[in-house]
Design a protein around this ligand. Sequence first.
Ligand code: MN
Length: 397
Amino acid sequence: MEFSQGTLRTDPEFATARIFDTTLRDGEQSPRTSFSYDDKREIAAALDSAGVDVIEAGFPVNSDAEFTAVRDVASAADTTVCGLARVVEEDVEAALDAGVDLVHVFASTSDVQIEDSMHASREAVIERSVESVERAAESGVDVMFSPMDATRTDPDYLAEVVEAVSDVGVDWINVPDTCGVATPGRFAELIRTVKEHTDARIDVHTHDDFGLASANALAGFEAGAEQAQVSVGGIGERAGNAALEQVVMAAESVYGADTGIDTTAITGLARTVEERSGVDQPANAPIVGENAFAHESGIHAAGVIENAATFEPGVMTPEMVGAERELVLGKHTGTHSVRERLREAGYDPTDEQVRAVTREVKDRGADGDEITAETLEAVAAAHDVDRERERVPEGPA
Ligand code: MN
């Protein structure tokens, strides 16, 4: 695609990107969100059929209901299902009992969290992490270890922890930017450093406190991470996690990498999670927001009608994510959108009628009116615009 030159590389920074979805775990930890058993099963089924590599279904030790939901998701899903566990024996046992394929063990490694959240010591954290990883590994499941708050952890101590759990057979090291303070450059450097201390596969977990979660996840891939933890709509603790739709579409469309995700399922997934979580996406949310593929301004809409790549990324279309393009009428509308929208609604306007309808639409839009299909119909009627079928065909099309 000629128009994409300058934004697409032929030698992408990474070729594949594994997607670990934590909508049902970190996503559920969104303030004021809780998923019912049915919510969890429905979201898990949708994630499974969309092709995510891992579904983190929950925190089995949390409650009997949580245990049951994780257990049933694990037995129903085709893909890998993960359960979370603190470095506490009963947590690891609950995850194993739930029948997950991957146990995700985490412990704080930053001094602030070791002291004021875990109330432990650096030595105790290493000891308990090693014990928990060892216990999960000996049961035959895959084990992921997260040094929580890695981006605020003393680098020497982080290296020590990573080496200790690697020595007892951890399969994955997840590098969590728990409080969202990473930047893409610094995070990439941290990933490269962690890789020097382990042979385990690398996964990243990023938060959006500064709006950098997706950028940091992608920086992780650039630095050699194989997998990123994401949630649908980016829901999660505080400002949330890296959004599945952003990481997947940037990886696929901008980097040219393969995620294995059926991207056409993305919009449907986002709507399901909005409904079940009660967290609505803002209109200007990337990919899944109401405005993500909508155009109002005259110049943009006219360009898009001729060739959508003029004012859209070109490498990503609404069809690719299961959405639809929308020409919104309002204050900034031009004649091209009005003609297109009238034709879609079955009218056959003259040029003069298009200009008259456009003027009225712009005036109404400037007054703050929403120009719905009904409004357009009323305006068209007021200007005596003919219905297509009522006109005598001028000849073969
Ligand atoms: Mn988190």
